[in-house]
Design a protein around this ligand. Structure first.
Ligand SMILES: [Zn+2]
Length: 226
């Protein structure tokens, strides 16, 4: 059984945490590993793999697709942003990666509808995102959604600060401490969710950025059909 925070950013995208700070925080919080999922870049994940020092690193990316964001776990080559979700998923799977929909039911942030998620046949959905306001409310909705869709329940902190690494984590059941076994556990639903909401101090800092980008997201054209 391994405790892994499946959604962590570094300063390669929009976090204030360096790779070293993420690794140090993960160890301090008693995690077995972290997935580094920067927005549309992979460099932080690759640096973390080089520096991991015993911590499991799942290299990944949070990809902005035409249809909304997708978390790719277990990839080492960046998948470009701005493609349609089906094409993005193809590119992730070609590298042996796993696809998870982050914060699916959160308004404005989770843009993929239940129907779309079903069509895309993703591996999992993020049922608990520690940085989201009212994560308990969305957790309930997301768990029901995961059950309806028959996909794996995943949790992550969506950490953008060293202090929030490990606020949520996924417990994965594996026979072996290898990336392949962990990805298989995600594919076949051998997970449990461990979580506590992040402190409001950090949520408010995230919300500031969210409201700043809101006018743009309201103006955004609706995505093309899948
Ligand atoms: Zn994120």
């Amino acid at each position: 059984m391994l405790k892994i925070d499946m959604h962590v950013h570094t300063w390669y995208s929009d976090s204030s945490a360096s790779v070293d700070e993420v690794i140090e925080a993960a160890k301090r919080r008693g995690l077995d590993g972290v997935a580094i999922t920067d927005h549309n870049v992979i460099d932080g994940a690759l640096e973390a793999e080089r520096k991991s020092d015993g911590l499991i690193i799942i290299p990944g990316e949070e990809i902005s697709t035409l249809h909304g964001e997708l978390l790719a776990l277990g990839i080492r080559k960046a998948v470009p942003k701005g493609l349609g979700a089906p094409e993005t998923i193809k590119l992730v799977r070609r590298q042996g990666g796993v696809v998870v929909v982050p914060h699916p039911t959160v308004p404005f942030v989770g843009r993929l509808s239940e129907d779309a998620i079903k069509k895309l046949r993703v591996d999992g959905i993020e049922v608990f995102s520690a940085i989201t306001p009212l994560p308990g409310y969305f957790y309930k909705k997301n768990m029901e959604l995961a059950e309806r869709l028959g996909v794996t329940a995943v949790a992550g902190s969506d950490s953008h600060f060293p202090q929030t690494v490990g606020d949520a984590y996924t417990i994965v059941y594996v026979n072996e401490r290898s990336l392949e076994c962990i990805l298989d556990a995600l594919r076949y639903g051998r997970t449990k969710v461990g979580c506590k909401p992040s402190s409001w101090i950090f949520k408010l800092r995230m919300l500031r950025g969210f409201f700043a980008s809101l006018p743009m997201s309201l103006l955004r054209r609706p995505p093309p059909p899948l």
